[in-house]
Design a protein around this ligand. Structure first.
Ligand code: CA
Length: 229
């Protein structure tokens, strides 16, 4: 999943970034409200983690603008402002959850998992495609009862394809889903990840089909053996 973190305190941001990355997510970090607003217009995110006290543009204004554009992505507010009226105001503006600083990273991680679970699969934490089963918040996948050994990138790739069943996903969309600003994924790197994923899906009845010039499709087929071309 790709997450935007808007937080101006460097040490809090560092802790949150590393926790989310360890969880296999791609994280973009901005330290001002105006940069958050720009990033939200320019990129697609699965979750926004939003501090309220941000320079240039307050977090509540970022949230207001986001919802006024009709964006429905989940928003987790993390802030030191813990008054009841403030909490109610932020929830009414469209935040999905609210965490008061200081907080335990384990609680933060649990709330992120809950929000992503609700958003990514509309309440269903698992996706089933033929014999392939994905636990989205847990980052695990199985063929029948056999767990697949996937790297964070391979799981991200499989998830990005599985969330768009019967639709072609372009290379640009895959790179957008897999990378944050601090990482680079070259064309070559994407090819390698696809190649490895195909090898691991071999024999599963589900394969990654190449649609020449357009992108990729996760497909369940009699003949699918993980390396459809
Ligand atoms: Ca702040």
């Amino acid at each position: 999943m790709r997450i935007l973190l808007a937080e101006d305190d460097p040490s809090i941001a560092e802790g949150i970034c590393s926790s989310l990355r360890q969880g296999g997510h791609a994280v973009d970090h901005v330290a001002s409200g105006s940069l958050a607003d720009t990033a939200l217009r320019d990129h697609e995110y699965d979750l926004l983690v939003l501090d309220l006290g941000l320079p240039q543009l307050d977090g509540t204004e970022v949230l207001k603008r986001l919802r006024s554009r009709g964006a429905g992505m989940p928003v987790l507010v993390v802030t030191a402002r813990d008054g009841l009226p403030e909490r109610i105001r932020v929830l009414d503006l469209g935040a999905d959850d609210y965490l008061v600083k200081p907080f335990a990273l384990s609680e933060f991680e649990a709330r992120v998992r809950a929000l992503l679970r609700r958003a990514s699969s509309r309440g269903v934490p698992e996706l089933q495609l033929g014999r392939l089963r994905l636990d989205l918040p847990g980052h695990r996948a199985w063929i029948d009862e056999t767990a697949l050994e996937l790297t964070a990138r391979e799981f991200g790739l499989l998830e990005a394809l599985a969330l768009r069943p019967d639709r072609v996903t372009s290379r640009a969309q895959l790179i957008e889903a897999l990378c944050d600003w601090d990482q680079e994924l070259t064309d070559n790197g994407l090819d390698i990840a696809i190649h490895r994923l195909r090898r691991k899906l071999h024999g599963s009845g589900t394969g990654v089909r190449t649609i020449r010039g357009l992108g990729y499709l996760l497909e369940e087929a009699e003949a699918a053996d993980g390396d459809l071309e």
